[in-house]
Design a protein around this ligand. Structure first.
Ligand SMILES: Nc1nc2c(ncn2[C@@H]2O[C@H](COP(=O)(O)OP(=O)(O)O)[C@@H](O)[C@H]2O)c(=O)[nH]1
Ligand SMILES: [Mg+2]
Length: 307
């Protein structure tokens, strides 16, 4: 990753940001974070989760408008590219330009979530930290609440907002109970539809059975705008959960990995005797995995004046 690109990013160049997000999506960009240094401010990272069709994208669109009206910048990572963010006057649909392409306070990226959902979560972590370094006040993650992935999303974000909607069939009640476990805030969405009150009652009853303190339950409609401001107030009033230290430690690890790779290359290029001995032993089966790793780490640690 070239230094000019990083310089442009530090200057706040959005094309540089877009390129770095792409690099991270392809798994090439994680090392960049260490070189960018620690973030100058902390973003509020919020997952908007719920099954397909519950209105996540539409609500995210509304939230963007509301957050912008508060004078805050917002980035969105949509992990469900099948349903593009289309809500609100601010944004067009996936194939149109946003209604205000000049608005530098909004950044939206759809992430292609193939069958390998795990990889998405992996890079999501790096992307969130990149967006934080760019200086966004708020980072919204739109994601389908699909069981396993939920815990990963929970760890990466400050809070998980779970969307439920009226007219959910009885067969989904169990699934709902599982999803409720990870929710920091429950939104009964599409509150303009009949049945919202019934679902709210069911949700509160289920939450009442749990031993942990019940998360707030809010009724919201992206369509009518009801409850959007209240939702943002509820989101904003929660303490940030992510532990910044963990992310910084990972950046440090990436820096160490890069340094080791550089020293390894230098040792190879200079036909380093120690390296050759290790490689010979390893090849001939004279060293087990742990032994070889330890020997190589010792050697590279000692080559301190390499680049
Ligand atoms: N009645 C009603 N429909 C909504 C509301 N929000 C979204 N929808 C509709 O629900 C459908 C799915 O919305 P979308 O945002 O794509 O859901 P996602 O798959 O969760 O991202 C669309 O047809 C929306 O127009 C709402 O507040 N009320
Ligand atoms: Mg969607």
């Amino acid at each position: 990753m070239g230094e000019p690109l990083l310089e442009a990013f530090r200057r706040g160049d959005r094309r540089a940001l877009a390129r770095l997000v792409t690099a991270i999506a392809y798994g090439d960009g994680e090392a960049v974070l260490g070189r960018l240094g620690p973030p100058s401010k902390t973003s509020r990272v919020v997952a908007i989760t719920g099954s397909g069709g519950v209105g996540k994208s539409t609500l995210v669109g509304k939230l963007i408008e509301h957050i912008r009206s508060q004078g805050l910048n917002v980035a969105v990572l949509a992990c469900d590219p099948r349903s593009p963010i289309s809500g609100g006057a601010l944004l067009g649909d996936r194939f149109r330009m946003p209604a205000r392409p000049d608005d530098d306070g909004v950044f939206i990226r759809s992430l292609a979530a193939g069958p390998g959902q795990g990889a998405v979560a992996e890079h999501l972590d790096a992307m969130i930290r990149l967006l934080e370094r760019f200086g966004f006040d708020v980072v919204l993650i739109e994601t389908v609440g699909a069981g396993q992935g939920d815990t990963a999303v929970r760890e990466l974000t400050d809070m998980v907002v779970l969307l439920l909607q009226p007219e959910t069939g009885d067969d989904l009640q169990w699934e709902k109970a599982g999803l409720l476990e990870v929710a920091d805030l429950v939104v009964i969405h599409k509150a303009d539809l009949p049945g919202a009150q019934t679902v709210e009652g069911q949700v509160r009853a289920t939450l009442g059975l749990s031993s942990r303190p019940a998360p707030p339950v809010l009724r919201v409609s992206a369509r009518s705008g009801e409850g959007v401001a209240e939702l943002w107030t509820a989101i904003r009033s929660r303490p940030l959960r992510r532990r910044a230290g963990v992310a910084e430690a990972r950046d440090l690890l990436h820096m160490v990995q890069q340094e080791l790779a550089a020293r390894f290359d230098a040792a190879l290029a200079s036909h380093d005797l120690g390296l050759r001995q290790i490689l010979d032993q390893w090849r001939q089966g004279g060293m087990d995995r742990t032994g070889a790793i330890t020997a190589l780490l010792r050697l590279l640690a000692g080559n301190a004046n390499a680049p």
